[in-house]
Design a protein around this ligand. Structure first.
Ligand code: HEM
Length: 163
């Protein structure tokens, strides 16, 4: 890390919210519980659609399920990201030199890119395979990749405390 980088993250750790996250006994655990509730909801809602795309419960309409799960996914992001950023500020200089954290952030971006690709790519033809039919290979590949990436994000998140 460059001296400028060190300073920037040290400045983040000096923010009043970051200081409170370190000083108040219950604040960090409460924020971490919110983070866990958030990512359980996020990954759970994503996994429901991925499993449907992989062929489970073919009688359920993909578009109806997608509309239902997407609101939970986006809602969960509103909890996961702020709580994650809050925890990050408390020990920013440690986290930026933590390989598990860097891997997690990289995997998060890949999971986001995969989800975006699915929406602008295979999902555009959903009317042809909405229910009762097998999803096209591109949609199934995206769904399998999504499950693997989110499991990897969770694994890196858990390994943060050990690396
Ligand atoms: C969006 C999907 C995300 C998932 C699935 C996720 C998952 C996890 C998991 C599994 C843990 C470990 C929890 C524990 O063992 O108690 C964790 C911790 C953590 N996450 Fe996330 N996270 C996500 C997003 C973020 C974001 C955007 C940030 C922001 C920088 C972030 C920052 C952190 C930090 C700093 C911890 C460490 C808490 C600690 O052990 O002290 N996470 N996350």
């Amino acid at each position: 890390m460059t001296p400028a980088g060190d300073t920037a993250f040290a400045l983040i750790e000096a923010l009043p919210l970051a200081v409170a996250m370190r000083k108040w006994l219950w604040l960090y655990p409460i924020v971490e519980i919110a983070h866990i509730v958030g990512f359980v909801t996020l990954v759970g809602s994503v996994a429901m659609l991925d499993l449907r795309l992989l062929g489970l419960s073919r009688s359920i309409s993909v578009t109806a399920l997608s509309r239902h799960t997407l609101s939970w996914t986006l809602g969960a992001l509103l909890i996961v990201v702020p709580s994650g950023l809050l925890m990050f500020t408390a020990h920013a200089t440690d986290f930026v030199s933590n390989d598990a954290f860097l891997a997690k952030m990289t995997l998060l971006m890949l999971a986001g890119a995969n989800a975006l690709w699915f929406r602008v790519g295979p999902y555009q033809s959903v009317a042809a395979w909405d229910s009762g039919a097998q999803a096209p290979a591109a949609a199934r590949i995206s769904a399998a990749l999504s499950l693997l990436l989110w499991i990897a994000v969770i694994s890196c998140g858990r390994l943060l405390a050990y690396v």
